[in-house]
Design a protein around this ligand. Structure first.
Ligand SMILES: [Zn+2]
Ligand SMILES: [Zn+2]
Length: 173
């Protein structure tokens, strides 16, 4: 084989290798729903109520406008320090992740945005989500809700990522 041919052959092999790698990257690249849900689960690790680690991310035009986790009101004691305050089987000490995430946004940012939540929003948060102009809700884990307010607000799209793989499943977060 001539040296130039050999170089050419190597080049072809490298190109083929690069194409395979590139194809793999395209296949493995995570979609937007997974990307933002992963972030929501990361945010959830900051939660101060051990009963449930919940995280929420408000996204508009693929940009994060606000994040929130379930935790006590500012300057009030945390569940992790004083224990939960359970009433009717719910811990009432925390402000829910969705509320904290929505509070970080301006009214304009909330309008038409998507909220990614690790868990299905409760009835109270659902009403707030509808009221703030959020147009799409994406959640991963199902949760028993007292009432499905979204069934009364068909203009809000609700997506359950049933096949989502929680990266923190092992730690329970
Ligand atoms: Zn608690
Ligand atoms: Zn809630």
């Amino acid at each position: 084989m001539e040296p130039s041919e050999s170089r050419e052959a190597k080049g072809t092999v490298l190109l083929a290798h690069w194409e395979i790698m590139n194809e793999r990257c395209i296949i493995m690249r995570k979609d937007w729903d997974t990307y933002f849900m992963d972030i929501a689960f990361e945010v959830a690790t900051r939660s101060t109520c051990p009963r449930r680690y919940v995280g929420a991310v408000v996204v508009k035009d693929r940009r994060i406008k606000g994040t929130g986790y379930n935790g006590s009101a500012s300057r009030l004691p945390h569940c992790i320090d004083e224990g939960c305050m359970v009433v009717n089987n719910h811990c009432i000490r925390t402000i829910h992740a969705e509320v904290n995430a929505l509070l970080e946004c301006t009214p304009e940012e909330r309008q038409g945005a998507t909220i990614y939540v690790t868990d299905r929003p409760c009835a109270e948060c659902s009403k707030l989500i509808i009221s703030t102009g959020i147009k799409k809700v994406v959640y991963a884990r199902d949760y028993h809700i007292d009432y499905d307010w979204f069934s009364r607000a068909p203009w809000v799209e609700v997506v359950h990522l049933a096949d989502y793989d929680n990266p923190h499943a092992k730690t329970g977060k």
